[in-house]
Design a protein around this ligand. Structure first.
Ligand code: GRF
Length: 216
C-alpha cells in the first residue's frame, strides 16, 4: 500500500521531527516524510531533515504582508508536494482559520500538556503552579481555536517533587517522541475516525491499568 505523505512544519530544535524521521525509517512504517518547512532559516531541525535526505523549504513569515499570505504560501508548497497529512512540530506561528479549515482532519499538533489543561505558552510552569501530580502531552487535530481540536493520543507523565520546568519538560519530551509517531501511524493505517470532538481508534489496545502518583 502507498505510504501516507506527511509534511512537517517546524520553527526550532526539531526533536519531534527527529522522532518522526526515526519512525519513518523503520520497516513497515506506513508514512513517509515528503517535506519539512521551517518559517526560520536558522531552525536547527532543518539539518536533521537534510541529514535524512528529506526535502526542506524555508518560508520566512516576515516576508509576507499578513498571516493569510503566509498561510497561502505554506498551503501551496504542501499541496504541490502531494502532502496528505501535516504535522506541526514546534511550529511557533498561529495558523489562520482558513488554513485550519482547509487542512481539517489532516493537520496535527503536539502540545506538552494533558489538554485541555494548560493551553498556550509555558505549559510546564502552569502544571507546576497548579500542583498536578501528572502532566503529559497530547497529539490532536488542529481546529481554528488554539490547542482545542479532537485528541488522538495522550501520555500521562508524573510530576515529581524535585521538578522544575526543565526537568518536567525533558520527561514530557520523551513521551512526545513516542506519541507523535504513534498518532501518525494510527492515521496512516486508517484507524482514526473523528466523531465530533472525540476521536475513535479502531483496534486500540487500552493501557493495562491506572497510573497512580505517588506510590506509597
Ligand atoms: C515540544 O515540546 C512540542 O510539544 C511543542 O514545542 C516543542 C517542540 O520541540 N509544541 P521540538 O522542536 O520538537 O524539539
Amino acid at each position: 500500500m502507498a505510504k501516507l505523505k506527511i509534511g512537517i512544519l517546524i520553527s526550532g530544535r526539531g526533536s519531534n521531527l527527529q522522532a518522526l524521521i526515526d519512525a519513518a525509517a523503520e520497516e513497515g512504517y506506513p508514512a513517509e516524510i515528503a517535506l519539512v518547512i521551517a518559517n526560520k532559516a536558522d531552525a536547527a531541525g532543518l539539518a536533521r531533515a537534510e541529514a535524512a535526505g528529506i526535502r526542506t523549504e524555508v518560508i520566512p513569515h516576515r516576508r509576507f504582508a499578513d498571516r493569510q499570505a503566509f498561510d497561502a504560501a505554506l498551503d501551496a508548497s504542501l499541496t504541490a508536494a502531494g502532502i496528505g497529512l501535516v504535522c506541526l512540530a514546534g511550529f511557533m506561528r498561529i495558523l489562520t482559520p482558513w488554513f485550519a479549515e482547509r487542512w481539517r482532519d489532516r493537520l496535527l499538533n503536539i502540545h506538552p500538556s494533558l489538554l485541555p489543561a494548560f493551553k498556550g505558552l509555558d505549559p510546564h510552569a502552569q502544571a507546576l503552579a497548579a500542583g498536578v501530580r501528572f502532566s503529559g502531552c497530547t497529539v490532536h487535530f488542529v481546529t481554528p481555536e488554539m490547542d482545542s481540536g479532537p485528541i488522538i493520543v495522550q501520555a500521562a507523565v508524573p510530576v515529581l517533587d524535585g521538578d522544575d520546568e526543565h526537568r518536567l519538560a525533558d520527561r514530557v519530551l520523551e513521551a512526545e517522541h513516542r506519541c507523535y509517531p504513534l498518532a501518525v501511524r494510527l492515521i496512516a493505517e486508517g484507524r482514526v475516525r473523528v466523531s465530533g470532538q472525540r476521536v475513535l481508534v479502531a483496534q486500540a489496545q487500552p493501557p493495562a491499568a491506572a497510573a497512580i502518583n505517588p506510590q506509597a
